[in-house]
Design a binder for this molecule. Structure first.
Ligand code: FCB
Length: 463
């Protein structure tokens, strides 16, 4: 399969652009009760009736814990050069604090060694939503202590893997932890409509990020650390003051809530218009910790929105029962299997805006991809929609780079179909198909296409 890009596309990218793919621990590892791993909030949540669409859980998932060597071999066969994975906190520390489970740490040790032996550079996420259940029982992210336990945990990981892993992100998508976990209730721990818990959990996640950055600097590890945010470009339907205000509030809800404290050391004032006054737990001094200098920003990007003021159509957007002050009117002629509207140019807009308003730091697209339900036919999976999605978004990245944004890499979500949280195994994001009955992996057309892109990029970079 030929690369669909012309030379100008590759020339736009930095020579050492990171071509990668991403996964997370709970979504692929399985082995939930193996090797001394303690339970996480996702074990408890997924085993609770009514929380996951297909009543599934991550007990086995893709069984990556046992099959990691074959998975890495497949990554190598697909010419992947970089791999973003997350560590299960409760595998490393079964109750979140105290005893370190050496067997759990050994797993990540072997994973990293195997990657390096295959010529694949590891990029580690410290938290991808699987809080140790024991910490949840002590209040979870609403408890300030959790932030300090996270930093302790991070330190253990830095000391053990920091000689070989040179890039870390502390958190994956704090918005999801806070809003999906404490307001909408779609994610663990499944709280609903608790504005104080939503604000407090977001704050403690951010605080824990800053504390982990301090721990990283103190560890003396030579490497880079940052955070990954899910960002959503929001456009007003018209230029009327009401629509502009609706778009601004949605932007605060989805983006500024996290970008502002990290890069400007303050929360956007409109946050109070959405959730009410900041709780006491938000101590002003924390903002200096949250905004500690970092080395890179991870951006997860999937979709965008267009909004008009609530009331125009009489059906203001509902999140749980929170009536958000806008109506979504994004065109739906091109949506993924998640129902998420697709518009790659909005990724270029978002990247240009980050550069203009927030940071000149190196940016990595730590996730981008799409769910489509294509099934195998004679051992092949023809996922043309996914190829089109990734191609358009890669072009959008190149455009941002030509516009001056320092984007250094792209990690396709996901390496293989996996446990898609509240959707269970019903949504397939992988470039590799997972047959859940046999656990066989079948590279989809998109994986072969992506490999061709990577080979072409390598050829151009080598002149
Ligand atoms: C992101 C998550 C990732 C996966 C994709 C589809 O929000 O980080 O785990 O669920 O969405």
């Amino acid at each position: 399969m030929d690369s669909p890009f012309d030379r100008a596309f590759y020339n736009a990218l930095p020579k050492d652009f990171h071509w990668g793919t991403a996964t997370s621990a709970y979504q692929i590892e399985g082995a939930a009760a193996v090797g001394g791993r303690g339970p996480s909030i996702w074990d408890v949540f997924s085993h609770t009736e009514g929380k996951v669409r297909d009543r599934s859980n991550g007990d086995v998932a893709c069984d990556h814990y046992h099959r990691y060597a074959a998975d890495i071999q497949l990554m190598k066969d697909l010419d992947l050069e970089h791999y973003r994975f997350s560590l299960s906190w409760s595998r490393v520390r079964p109750s979140g604090r105290g005893n370190v489970n050496e067997e759990g740490l050994d797993f990540y040790d072997r994973l990293v060694d195997e990657l390096l032996a295959a010529g694949i550079t590891p990029f580690a996420t410290l938290y991808h939503w699987d809080l140790p259940q024991a910490l949840q029982e002590a209040g979870g992210w609403e408890n300030r202590d959790t932030a300090f336990h996270f930093a302790d945990h991070a330190e253990v990981v830095f000391r053990r893997l920091g000689d070989r892993v040179k890039q870390f992100v502390t958190h994956n998508e704090p918005w999801c932890v806070s809003v999906l976990g404490h307001y909408i209730g779609e994610h663990a721990p499944g709280k609903r409509l608790d504005a104080a818990a939503t604000l407090t959990s977001a704050h403690h996640v951010l605080l824990s990020h800053g504390l982990a950055v301090d721990a990283f600097r103190a560890s003396g590890v030579e490497g880079e650390i940052g955070i990954t945010l899910n960002l959503l470009p929001v456009y007003p339907a018209t230029q009327s003051p009401e629509d502009l205000r609706a778009a601004r509030l949605h932007d605060v809800f989805s983006n500024a809530w996290f970008l502002d404290p990290l890069f400007k050391g303050a929360y956007p004032p409109e946050l109070e218009d959405l959730f009410g006054p900041m709780p006491r737990e938000v101590r002003p001094d924390d903002l200096a910790v949250i905004s500690r200098p970092i080395d890179l920003l991870g951006v997860n990007f999937y979709s965008y929105n267009v909004v008009e003021r609530a009331g125009n159509a009489g059906n203001a957007e509902r999140s749980g029962e929170l009536i958000l002050p806008w109506n979504s009117v994004a065109p739906e002629e091109r949506v993924t299997d998640m129902g998420w509207p697709v518009s790659a140019p909005t990724l270029t807009d978002m990247l240009l805006r980050l550069d203009r308003e927030y940071t000149k730091l190196p940016i990595y697209i730590t996730e981008n991809g799409a769910a489509y339900e294509d099934q195998p036919e004679d051992g092949q999976v023809h996922d043309a929609d996914r190829i089109a999605y990734v191609k358009d978004h890669l072009e959008a990245v190149a455009k941002a780079i030509l516009g001056g944004v320092d984007v250094r890499g792209y990690y396709l979500w996901s390496f293989m179909d996996n446990f898609e949280w509240a959707w269970g195994y019903t949504k397939r994001f992988g470039m590799v198909y997972t047959d859940y009955a046999t656990l066989a992996r079948i590279p989809k057309d998109s994986a072969l296409w992506y490999a061709a892109v990577i080979r072409a990029a390598r050829a151009v970079a080598q002149g």
